[in-house]
Structures are given as structure tokens and as C-alpha cells.
Ligand binder design. Structure first.
Ligand code: PBG
Length: 322
């Protein structure tokens, strides 16, 4: 056959394929989420997320050394407090669990970028991401508490704060709050397009943050909406976000692509707990090759346009990429 072009010519050897590969995956682009709990020597396995543990501060520090050693630049910290209450006071206490963990990490591994998740759901007894008034989450009173939380994290040494609550106007308020405290160098990674997703199920076990009534559809985005996601991103940028995140990742790759094309700031995507659990569960059953599926999924998120991928696979992927 006389074909003018044979695409298979460039696929014949590993070196050829490597040479013409359009998308690269490197540990530099990964962020490892971690769950910190009170106590000493605590390592509670999260049942629905094999390989993921709730760790006390000492364990978190050890984990951060390992993450850093693997060439991963950053961790994203979630805290589970001693006590939960209606307004999530543990979130903005200067000796709160995240604040203590940040101080310990920055002392032990100063080069590691510590990003803190700024939200109230892990700290409220009702499990919602804000203050509940008349059966719904009240926006503006919640924003005030989020500002206190972000400032408190940054004062403890957080390198980046990442609001994940989806309240309106919180990015601008947090920027103002940080600047008023002289924390002008602390960037905001905004969970700008965060959808009300069933894929967060395993996380709510890990973070002990399942809502005790209702759901999060009144503040997180409706899954069918793409144009609205771009609008959310643009609003957060107007308010001063330095980086924006799309979440979840795999079922929302079209959103990642649309955001990538709409903005020129760094775009992150969150490969969430349910995406992790699906691959782990199928691999445990021998139904697919877990390592190959993991690398393909992470590469796809990069190909869709994400600069950064937040993933529970970060350590495993970094080991394979080394
Ligand atoms: C909320 C928050 C959630 C996740 C990150 N931050 C859960 C939620 O909105 O219920 C989910 C992450 C995951 O599923 O891996 N603070």
C-alpha cells in the first residue's frame, strides 16, 4: 500500500514514542493531600481509601519528609479537630490541629510547600461547610469565619491557602484579611469550580465531614454546568485568586479544558477520593492494572490542561516516574 502518511511509524519504539509525547507527567506537578488528627503515634487507615491514613502530627511530619524526598513539591492539609461545634471554632483556633501541623512541618521540612484546605465542614458538628441559619448555610457569616481560618493558617506558616467551601465572595474577603495582617505574600489557590459530587464519598470518611442533614447542593456547583464553572473561575480571579482549581477531575475534564482556555493563571485539578477509590478497588479485584490506570488517569488530567494535579496517588506516581 502506498500511503502518504503512516502514523504508526512514530509509535514503533519506546524511544520514538517518548520523543513525540505531547504531555508529560512529573512529580513536580503533583500535590499530596494529607489528613491530620490529634494525638501521638496515630495512624488510622481509611477503609474506603486503601493506602490513605489519618495521621497525628508526628506521622504527618514523617510523611512530609517522604513526600519531599520523592520530589513532590507540595502537600494539601486537612484537619480533624478534637471537638466539633456549630461554628467550627477548631478551624480558626491558633492552636488548632492544622495550625499545629503546619508549624511542625515547616520546622522539619521547610522547603515543602504547605497548602491548607480552608473550610468548616471538618470542624462543624452538623458537617456543613459554614454556619447554618434557618436550615441553610448562611453565606456572609461563613465568609467571616473563613477569613479567620485562612489568616490563622497563614500565621502558622501555611505557604498557600485553599478555600474549598464555595461561599460567594470568600476569595476577595480572604485576600483582604491576609493583606490586613501583612500576609501579602501568601497566595490563594481557590477551589473555584467545585461540583456537588458523589465522588467525595470516601473523603467524608477520611475527614469525618459528612453532612448530618441535607446535602451540599445549595453551595457546591450543579454537575451539568460548564459555562457557570468558567464564570466562577473568572469571579475568583477578579477577587484575587492566584491559582484556580477544578474538582473533581476525571468526570470534569471538559471543565478543566474550558478553564485552561479561559485563563492564564495556573490551573489545578483535584483527582478526588472517589476517583482514587475506584481505581484501587478495581485493581484489588484484579480487574485492571492499578499502576497503569493511575498513570493514564493522571496523564489525562494533565492533557486536559491542568498544570497541577492534587492526588492521593502522588507518592505512588512519583515512585513510578522516578
Ligand atoms: C470540603 C472538601 C471536600 C473535599 C475537599 N475539600 C469534600 C466535600 O466537599 O464534601 C473532597 C476531596 C475528595 O473527595 O478527595 N472541605
Amino acid at each position: 500500500m502506498n500511503l502518504p502518511f503512516r502514523p504508526r511509524r512514530l509509535r514503533r519504539t519506546p524511544a520514538l514514542r517518548r520523543m513525540v509525547r505531547e504531555t508529560r507527567l512529573s512529580p513536580d506537578q503533583l500535590v499530596m493531600p494529607l489528613f491530620v488528627v490529634p494525638g501521638q503515634g496515630v495512624a488510622n487507615a481509611v477503609g474506603s481509601m486503601p493506602g490513605v491514613f489519618q495521621l497525628s502530627v508526628d506521622g504527618i511530619v514523617a510523611e512530609c519528609k517522604e513526600v519531599h524526598g520523592l520530589g513532590i513539591p507540595a502537600v494539601l492539609l486537612f484537619g480533624i479537630p478534637e471537638h466539633k461545634d456549630a461554628t467550627g471554632t477548631g478551624a480558626y483556633a491558633d492552636d488548632g490541629i492544622v495550625q499545629r501541623a503546619v508549624r511542625a512541618i515547616k520546622e522539619a521540612v521547610p522547603e515543602l510547600v504547605v497548602i491548607t484546605d480552608v473550610c468548616l465542614c471538618e470542624y462543624t458538628d452538623h458537617g456543613h461547610c459554614g454556619v447554618v441559619e434557618g436550615g441553610e448555610v448562611a453565606n456572609d457569616p461563613t465568609v467571616e469565619l473563613l477569613v479567620r481560618e485562612a489568616v490563622s493558617h497563614a500565621r502558622a506558616g501555611a505557604d498557600v491557602v485553599a478555600p474549598s467551601d464555595m461561599m460567594d465572595g470568600r476569595v476577595g474577603a480572604i485576600r483582604e484579611g491576609l493583606d490586613a495582617e501583612g500576609l501579602t505574600n501568601v497566595p490563594i489557590l481557590s477551589y473555584a469550580a467545585k461540583f456537588a459530587s458523589a465522588f467525595y464519598g470516601p473523603f467524608r470518611e477520611a475527614a469525618e465531614s459528612a453532612p448530618q442533614f441535607g446535602d451540599r447542593r445549595g453551595y457546591q456547583m450543579d454537575p451539568p454546568n460548564l459555562r457557570e464553572a468558567v464564570r466562577e473561575v473568572l469571579l475568583d480571579l477578579e477577587e484575587g485568586a492566584d491559582m484556580v482549581m477544578v474538582k473533581p477531575a476525571l468526570p470534569y475534564l471538559d471543565v478543566v479544558r474550558a478553564v485552561r482556555e479561559a485563563v492564564d493563571v495556573p490551573v489545578a485539578a483535584y483527582n478526588v477520593s472517589g476517583e482514587y477509590a475506584m481505581i484501587r478497588a478495581a485493581a484489588a479485584n484484579g480487574w485492571l492494572d492499578g499502576d497503569a490506570a493511575m498513570l493514564e488517569a493522571l496523564t489525562s488530567i494533565r492533557r486536559a490542561g491542568a498544570d497541577l494535579v492534587v492526588t492521593y496517588f502522588a507518592k505512588d506516581a512519583a515512585r513510578l516516574l522516578a
